[in-house]
Write a protein that binds this ligand. Sequence first.
Ligand code: GLN
Length: 540
Amino acid sequence: METKFIFITGGVLSSLGKGICAASLGRLLKSRGYTVTIQKLDPYINIDPGTMNPFQHGEVFVTEDGGETDLDLGHYERFIDENLSKYNNFTSGKVYKNVIDKERRGDFLGETIQVIPHVTDEIKECIKKTLETKKTDIIITEIGGTVGDIESLPFLEAIRQFKKDAGKENVLYIHVTYVPYLETTGELKTKPTQHSVKELRSIGIQPDIIVCRSQIPLSDDLKSKISLFCDIEQEAIIDAIDVKHLYEVPVNLQKEGFDSISMYKLNLKYKVSDMQSWKDLVNIVKSLDESVTVGIAGKYTNLKDSYISIVEALNHGGYYHKKNVDIKWIDSGELEDYEKCTEVLASVDAILVPGGFGIRGINGKINAIRFARENNRPYFGICLGMQCAVIEYARNVLGLQGANSSEFDENTPYPVIDILAEQKVVDSKGGTMRLGSYQCNIEAGSMAFKAYGQKVVHERHRHRYELNNDYRQALSDAGMITTGIYPGKNLAEIVEVKNHHWFMGVQFHPEFKSRPDRPHPLFREFIAAAVSCKNNRKKQ
Ligand code: GLN
């Protein structure tokens, strides 16, 4: 069949959940037997979000092929259960760079390079490029930003043109808006939606479907009003009411007829939907009562989106054990005093130190790890969290005073974490880390092996520094063993502490591969350890 193109734009305000809307529609269409991919086009000038501060942009999601991408790709992967590629995320920066590179190469000799057609053509190429990596029946393209932003104009113009290129029966425009509730009058207001659709139409795009985010249900009257002002049939006004749990969204949108109207408008053959396994998952999520508390000691705890895949992976582990995971966010800067650290962490059932960059808060993280190690509290260190666990062990168990990562102290006498020779010569920061999927060989009998149940796994990376092999033996002799290795370069991927309830550090980012109905094995086992630690402590 010919590929169908679905474009999702947003209006009224940002952070509307367009990404979740795209991911949900992807899931719904996949569950009807169609193959689906989802792509994000971001209007900012950075080539990718890899160089942005997580406070600004949230997590950088890493794909199998080493793309540093927008966090929405994480939602897409978790909802449609497909691995995406770096070609599923393009930014204005990447688009302009391609155009300028072509100009320098002489591809446009004699021409004046302009936004239309050169930049818009390049955007259309980017949309098709995603399909080249994997041909699917449907591609959903989410346009970042809000309609009305200056910087998203070339993208909107490109998707407007797309209708002519791909044939109007193959293109669908979905506009996600917000219908605010006015407490004082007790009413939902449609005016912002009307204005946003007007803005979109002024660019030449008539939406086919409007998804209205709202706090309370939209009445039929209200839908009919939006339908009248925006020239859309009432059945194509979809109410996306706020829900408690993220994974309920596709089920709710299906009740509103979101997938059936999309299929109808795209002339897609009707196929029966099988959302049963997803509904089973939602039932589990809604029925969780008992909780375990995981303390996350990190640097970006004010913006929870900075660790969104970790939060989701912890939740997935919780669903497996039918437990709610309560997260206690701890700014590692507040843990610098060990006594205070023990007070803060006394009540948590398990501790996780996530990835990160830079020295701020490092000693607090090291204190949190020491607390976990000495008090037999389950510990999971991810990337920087693994590196800090090694530093802590070197300092407090091996007695190597001043042991550090050369990222934080270039002159440390004991660089237990160090940069690879090949990274030393790299000056530029964008896209130059060890990125993407690498093989990891697991030692039989280890905790990691118990979790994975296999000897060879592949995990995604995003870092520059590594455990320094000069210290591996000493660490191992003292009880911190390396149980996972990247065979290509003999790099430590996993460390474990012997005779501990559950203590593991991993150089990779397992959170990116966890799925709601298939928790990542390490998160599954970490939560299991948190549950048993909680039960043991109750008995004491
Ligand atoms: N800053 C560390 C490194 O570059 C860890 C990176 C991370 O946690 N993603 O190796």
